[in-house]
Structures are given as C-alpha cells and as structure tokens.
Design a binder for this molecule. Structure first.
Ligand SMILES: [Zn+2]
Length: 430
C-alpha cells in the first residue's frame, strides 16, 4: 500500500505487482524482501552457525543436558528448529536437502541462511511466473527485468546526473518493470502512424515514426564510449565500413556504418548497439506480436536480446571477421536486460582496470564486479531515461495530432520536471 501511494499510481494493483516487488533484484524484483518470507531461513541460519559451536565447546558442562550426544537434541532452542524445518520443507520441497537436528550438532551449517533464502525466493518467483498466463506479455516482461545488467537504475545511488532519474523517469521505470498501466500512454487512441496504442506503451517502443528511438540508440552508444574510456580504450564512433575495408552487407544507408570502432589489446573491435522490445500487447490483432510474446515468455528469458545479437552477427559477423575484426553486438531489452555478449565484453573490459595497491588480491574479484556494476548502472539509468522520453514524447505527438487540448490532459505524467525532487509532504501511512 505504502509503495502504491509513494508512486501515486492510479487504479488498483494486481497481486502480481506486490509479489514482484518483493523478489530480489536478480530475479526481476525490487529487492523489498518481505521479512515473513525470510524469517525462518534467518532463524535456521543462526542455529546452523551456533549449534555446532555450543555442542563442541560446552559438551559435558554442568548446565548442559547430561546423557551423551543424544541428550543435546533436547536443548529447547534446538527443538525450536523442528517446526521451522517442517515449514520450510513444505515450501522448498524434497529436492533441497535440509539438515537434521543431528546435522546441526555435528558440523557447522555454512551459509545455510543464504541457501535457504535463495530457495525461498526461487519458489516465490516460480509461483509468480506460473500465476501469469502462458506466452503472455506479463511473463515476457518479468523475464526481461532479470539480469544480466538489468535494474542498475534501482541500485544506482544518485551521485551524479548520469546515475539520477527524475521523478517522472523513476515512476515510468517502476511502472514499466512492474507492468502498471501508464496513464499518459493512451491519452490518444491512435499513434500518428495510425497504429493502435496500448496501456503499457508497447506501440511507442516499436513504432518506427519519429526520432525518439534514434536518440535513445545514440545515447546508449555514447555511454558505451564512456565505458570504453573508463577502461582506457579510445574509440571512434559512426565509422564507415568502407573506410575500414569492409564491404557493407547491402545498400541500406543504415548499414554502411558501425556504431563504435576501437582497439583492445591489439585486436580491432567493432561494436553495434541495439535495443529490442521483448513484448507486445496481449490482445494485439497482429499475429507476429503473439510470436514475440511467446518467445519472450519462455524461461530462462532474454530471448529478445539473444535474437537481436543473432541478427547483428548474421549481418556483420562474417564480413567483419573476413577483414580481421572482432564483432560484438551490444543488445539490450527495453527493461534493461542485456545479451550475454555485452556481459562478456564488459567483464573483459573490467579486467583491464588496474588494481589499486590498496585493494588486496583476494578482493580483486569483488573490485571487478563493482566496476561492471557501476557500468550496468550507467547503462540502465540511461536506458530508463530514454524509455520515459520515448513513450511520453510519442504519446504527446499522438495527442497533439488530435488537438491541442488533448496534449495537456495529463500534464504531471507527460512532463519531465527537471532533477529529482523529494515530495514536499510524505504520503500518509509511510
Ligand atoms: Zn506508431
């Protein structure tokens, strides 16, 4: 409830929204994990680390139960684990082997809380996934909110402009990822292309009229240029394939250039950025839209980014390789999930970052992960900014085409009012 008020969304939320919000970020949620979900795991985790310690240190002490190892099983705080184990076993099922009381006493249960919590979250995710209709937009959206690299906008600390969303952009990102209808998307029933618009802005993400898509693409590739620079790799943008001695795949003017050319450790790289939209309105009359939803809704997800990578590789892979280049497609889905090739590329770049002598060797892996994390936040925040712009701008165009009064129907939702500003009065109940 507090969450709904905080974002001032109109209408009621379906149950699936609160279920998704409570999932960890890596599973497509917002990480607002419910205490009741993890309380038992935390309790058992704490017994897992203390029971062995107590039994090995204090066995035989006058205040401990007497009568050998079996008597220890009667310790009241150990007995309290029994109902907790039973309750968790009911949720995680027989495939996860839970420790017995004897196991608790005979060896420390390393990372038990984390392993149990992982299982519980997986269970909650599966429950949510199964509750959404097969091949639906909702399933495709949920899978597209998962890693790799998605949700950087949620974890980014707004320390600079490039990691800050304003209120409008933030609400837009929240609504997009949770499948909440955008009131401004349908202010006009038809786009200027004549296509029917929908509650979630799907049409505006795929419509080819207007320049908003191009702006988003160009800004995303500028962020890859910045990332390369942070890894000490100079790069050149919008490079003509002819100038590199590569024959373009065809005569299409869009296919004559490559987004980024750079040299990494003596190898020539060509990078091309693309953003694919993984879902379409469920009730779309266009048969192809159902195909898109079907693909997007299959576990483990990421199909749209994967297909976008494949399209790019089919088009540019052979011709660039023949000329001695390495080609990397940088493919994202609208909700922020990137293809595996981007992930591999960023990991490779992170390895180039020199290790500061203040960072011990054993923390180097964590250091590299933090760099990839920082980059994922840059990319994710940028993508969310442009998603908000794209939908709002296209909706406003559509409304303006129907008369000036329609354009001001939802001023608060349309207008990006500068930087983040806190609400002047907190919503009641927070
Ligand atoms: Zn359109």
């Amino acid at each position: 409830m507090a969450f709904k008020r905080m974002f001032r969304f109109p209408g009621d939320f379906p149950d699936s929204v609160s279920a998704q919000v409570q999932l960890p970020i890596r599973l497509g949620g917002f990480g607002l994990v419910s205490a009741s979900t993890i309380a038992r795991a935390a309790f058992l985790g704490s017994i897992g680390v203390t029971a062995f310690d107590v039994s090995s240190r204090f066995r035989g002490a006058p205040w401990m139960p007497q009568g050998g190892p079996a008597a220890l099983l009667d310790l009241p705080w150990l007995r309290a684990a029994v109902p907790a184990l039973a309750a968790i076993s009911e949720v995680v099922g027989p495939s996860f082997s839970l420790p017995s009381l004897q196991d608790f006493l005979s060896r420390p249960q390393v990372r038990l809380q984390q392993r149990l919590t992982d299982q519980l979250h997986k269970f909650r995710f599966n429950e949510l996934f199964k509750s959404l209709p097969p091949d639906s937009r909702a399933r495709a959206r949920l899978l597209s909110c998962q890693r790799p690299l998605s949700s950087g906008w949620l974890s980014a600390i707004p320390s600079s402009d490039s990691k800050t969303l304003n209120n409008f952009q933030y609400r837009h990102a929240v609504a997009g990822c949770l499948g909440i209808a955008l009131p401004h998307a349908t202010v006009s029933q038809r786009c200027i292309c004549g296509g029917e618009v929908d509650n979630f802005g799907d049409h505006f993400y795929v419509c080819h009229t207007g320049r908003e898509r191009v702006t988003r693409h160009n800004n995303m590739h500028n962020f890859f240029v910045r990332i390369l620079a942070e890894a000490d790799v100079p790069s050149n943008v919008e490079v003509s394939l002819h100038s590199l001695g590569i024959t373009p795949p065809d005569d299409n003017p869009n296919n004559q250039r490559m987004d980024i050319y750079c040299v990494i450790d003596g190898s020539d790289y060509l990078l091309d950025v693309t953003v694919a939209h993984p879902c379409r309105p469920d009730n779309s009359p266009i048969p192809f839209h159902r195909t898109v939803n079907r693909r997007g809704a299959q576990l483990p997800g990421g199909k749209a980014a994967q297909l976008a990578e494949k399209d790019k590789i089919d088009k540019y892979g052979p011709i660039t390789q023949a000329a001695g280049f390495r080609f990397v497609p940088l493919a994202a889905e609208t909700f922020g999930r990137f293809g595996d090739k981007t992930m591999d590329f960023l990991k490779m770049l992170a390895k180039r970052k020199p290790r500061l002598t203040s960072i011990p060797m054993e923390e180097y892996t964590a250091f590299r992960e933090s760099i990839v994390n920082h980059w994922s936040q840059l990319l994710s925040v940028e993508l969310m900014k442009h998603n908000a712009f794209q939908v709002a701008s296209r909706a406003q165009r559509a409304a303006a085409a129907r008369g000036p009064r329609r354009a001001s129907a939802f001023p608060e939702d349309f207008v990006s009012r500068g930087p983040y500003r806190p609400h002047t009065s907190p919503a009641a109940g927070l």
